[in-house]
Design a protein around this ligand. Structure first.
Ligand code: NAD
Length: 267
């Protein structure tokens, strides 16, 4: 299927590896021109090179922390560079950042909560605020927020993620309906367990909290998924590219779980 987005421009945040990188790769395959970000310039350049080598039309790497105003400003300004100096804006926005640490809520003070809210709720909202008017002006836009299965099925030791991402989900539910008339869709992608560095460190933390051997704990988690495996980042990226496609124009304000059937509810 041709997704009809060749030549569109996208900002994909936190994309040097894992799910963000997979989204960038899937969009590049569709001919989308990219700005990708991550905090460390070295791994980000490696990712940009890999994207170019796999046929991406254009990739600009902007190193910076997307949870800071400076990091966001640098990423947003790169749209102009993508357009060879002409003032420009993004057609597609994929928000993402590292997830907050696991732990016991008794140990979290308001600074720790503020950091989680900033990374996983307020930063995506700031990015949407900065890009939405350009999308409305062109009567076309796609926004995909990488959130977590935690907004539907909270994990007890990821309370910061449960809380902050639920705030973003509530905001998007209203915002998406406000901008739908302008050809802009806004959806959240909810990863279950995908085989990335983040998952591996969460599994180690989970094993240590449960007092179990990490290999056994990991195997038990894998077996707990009806698909009996963790997802691949490529599967996640493909879903992101579909949400950004021409064909998905009537799909908005949704929270799409990708979890191999792990969420046990009917709806
Ligand atoms: P990952 O650790 O594999 O990759 C994270 C990427 O984000 C890296 O490129 C890193 O450099 C970048 N990054 C982190 N913080 C950043 C910041 N402040 N500014 C710019 N770049 C930043 O993680 P992942 O598994 O790809 O997870 C992506 C998001 O999805 C995280 O928020 C994670 O909590 C969430 N999530 C992942 C899973 C999973 O199974 N992998 C499940 C649920 C939720």
């Amino acid at each position: 299927m041709n997704f009809g987005i060749t030549g569109k421009t996208a900002l994909v945040c936190a994309a040097s590896k894992g799910l963000g990188f997979a989204c960038a790769q899937a969009l590049a395959t569709e001919g989308v021109e990219l700005v990708i970000t991550a905090r460390n310039a070295g791994p980000l350049e490696v990712a940009a090179r890999a994207l170019r080598e796999s046929g991406a039309p254009r990739v600009i790497a902007v190193a910076g922390d997307i949870t800071t105003p400076e990091g966001r400003q640098a990423a947003l300004e790169a749209a102009t560079e993508l357009a060879y100096g002409t003032p420009a804006a993004f057609d597609i926005l994929v928000t993402n950042a590292g997830g907050p640490p696991p732990g016991d809520f008794r140990d979290w003070d308001t600074d720790i909560w503020q950091a989680a809210l900033n990374a996983n709720m307020l930063s995506p909202i700031e990015l949407m605020k900065a890009t939405i008017d350009g999308m409305i002006h062109r009567n076309w836009g796609r926004i995909v927020n990488i959130t977590s299965t935690a907004v539907k099925a909270p994990s007890p030791y990821l309370g910061l993620s449960n809380g902050a991402r639920s705030g973003l989900t509530g905001f998007v539910a209203g915002f998406a309906r406000q901008v739908a008339q302008h050809g802009v869709t806004v959806n959240n992608l909810l990863p279950g367990t995908f085989d990335t560095d983040r998952l591996r460190s969460n599994l180690l933390a989970g094993a240590s909290q449960a007092g179990q051997d990490s290999a056994e704990y990991t195997q038990a988690r894998r077996q707990a998924v009806p698909a009996r495996r963790f997802g691949t980042p490529e599967e996640f990226g493909a879903a992101c590219a579909f949400l950004c496609s021409r064909q998905a124009a009537y799909l908005t304000a949704q929270n799409l779980l990708i979890d191999g059937g792990a969420y046990p509810g009917t709806l």
